[in-house]
Design a protein around this ligand. Structure first.
Ligand code: ZN
Length: 295
C-alpha cells in the first residue's frame, strides 16, 4: 500500500512538474515578433572596418565586434534569428564567439537587441545599456514608448551595468565613450572610441542616427512627454561631434553598400565620411522641424 501510494505520488509529482515546465516554456516563448524586412535577415560577409573593429552584422542590421587581448565587445545583435549568422561571421574572421565579454546596444528595439538574451546565455557576457533603455530591455520592449504595451517583442535581458551620459566602457585597453542621444528611444546611445592600424589611429563614431518613427508625435507621447525636446538636444549634440570614421545602427544609414562591395579589401578610408554624416543628420533635422508642428 505504502509503495502504491508513493508510486501514485510520484506520478502526480512528475505530471505536475511537467505541466509547470510546459507553463514556463510557453510564457518564456511568448514573444510577439514584429515583422522583419528582407534586408534585415539577408546574410552579409563579415569584414575588418579599421584596426580591431569588425562588421559582423547582417546585410542591414549592423553589428560591430571590437577585439581586445582581454576578450571582445559586441555592439548590437540584430534579430533573434540573426544570432547564428553573427556567430558564423565572428568565426569567419578567426575569433571565438565565446570570447564576447561585453554586450552593448545603440538602442533597445527588437531589430538591434533581440539576440542579446541568447548571446548572453551562450557566452556569459555582461550586458551594459543606458539607464533609460534598461527597463525596456528588461521587459522585452513592452515599456517602449512606441512599440510598447503589446507584451515582449524580444527576449528580455536584465542589464549587468547601467550606463549614463559620458560613461566609459573599458576592456583590454579599449575605452568606449557612451553618448546619450535620446529620441528614437529614451536611452538611445552612440559610441565614440579610438582604434588604430599599422598606418594611423582612427576616431570612430557608431552613431545612433535620430530617425523619427512614423508613430512618434513630437508634441509628446503618453509615456515620453519630452520626446520633441530631447530629439532637439540630440541633434545639437550630434552636430558637434568630431571623428574620422562614421558607422550607424543600420548599414543603410551610413551607406555601407555604396561604400563597400562584398570581397573588397581592407579600406578604412571609405568610412571616413564626415560630409555624409553631416548631410544625413541635416536631412533628419529637416524632417524633425517639419514634424515639430504636427499635432
Ligand atoms: Zn529603432
Amino acid at each position: 500500500m505504502a509503495i502504491l501510494l508513493s508510486k501514485r505520488f510520484l506520478q502526480i509529482t512528475v505530471l505536475t512538474v511537467c505541466l509547470s515546465c510546459i507553463g514556463f516554456f510557453s510564457t518564456a516563448q511568448k514573444i510577439n515578433k514584429p515583422p522583419a524586412q528582407e534586408s534585415w535577415t539577408k546574410p552579409y560577409q563579415s569584414f575588418r572596418i579599421a584596426g580591431n573593429l569588425y562588421y559582423v552584422g547582417t546585410y542591414d542590421l549592423a553589428c560591430y565586434l571590437i577585439t581586445t587581448p582581454q576578450g571582445n565587445i559586441l555592439i548590437n545583435t540584430g534579430l533573434a534569428e540573426s544570432v547564428p549568422m553573427i556567430r558564423k561571421n565572428i568565426e569567419a574572421l578567426g575569433f571565438r564567439f565565446a570570447d564576447i565579454k561585453i554586450l552593448l546596444a545603440t538602442h533597445a528595439h527588437f531589430d538591434h537587441v533581440a539576440g542579446m538574451a541568447a548571446i548572453k546565455k551562450a557566452t556569459g557576457a555582461k550586458m551594459m545599456i543606458n539607464e533609460n533603455d534598461a527597463p525596456v530591455l528588461a521587459d522585452g520592449g513592452n515599456s517602449d514608448y512606441v512599440f510598447g504595451g503589446r507584451g515582449s517583442t524580444f527576449a528580455p535581458v536584465k542589464a549587468d551595468r547601467i550606463l549614463h551620459e559620458h560613461d566609459t566602457v573599458r576592456l583590454g585597453g579599449m575605452q568606449i565613450i557612451v553618448l546619450h542621444h535620446p529620441g528614437h528611444t529614451k536611452g538611445a546611445c552612440s559610441f565614440l572610441f579610438d582604434v588604430k592600424d599599422e598606418k594611423r589611429p582612427y576616431r570612430v563614431l557608431i552613431a545612433n542616427m535620430p530617425t523619427i518613427l512614423e508613430e512618434t508625435k513630437l508634441s509628446g507621447m503618453p509615456t515620453y512627454p519630452d520626446v520633441g525636446k530631447e530629439y532637439g538636444h540630440t541633434f545639437e549634440a550630434m552636430k558637434a561631434l568630431q571623428f574620422d570614421i562614421w558607422l550607424a545602427s543600420h548599414a543603410s544609414q551610413f551607406g555601407l553598400h555604396e561604400k563597400r562591395k562584398p570581397g573588397d579589401g581592407y579600406h578604412p578610408e571609405v568610412f571616413m565620411d564626415k560630409p555624409g554624416y553631416d548631410s544625413a543628420l541635416n536631412k533628419l533635422q529637416q524632417e524633425y522641424f517639419k514634424r515639430l508642428g504636427d499635432k
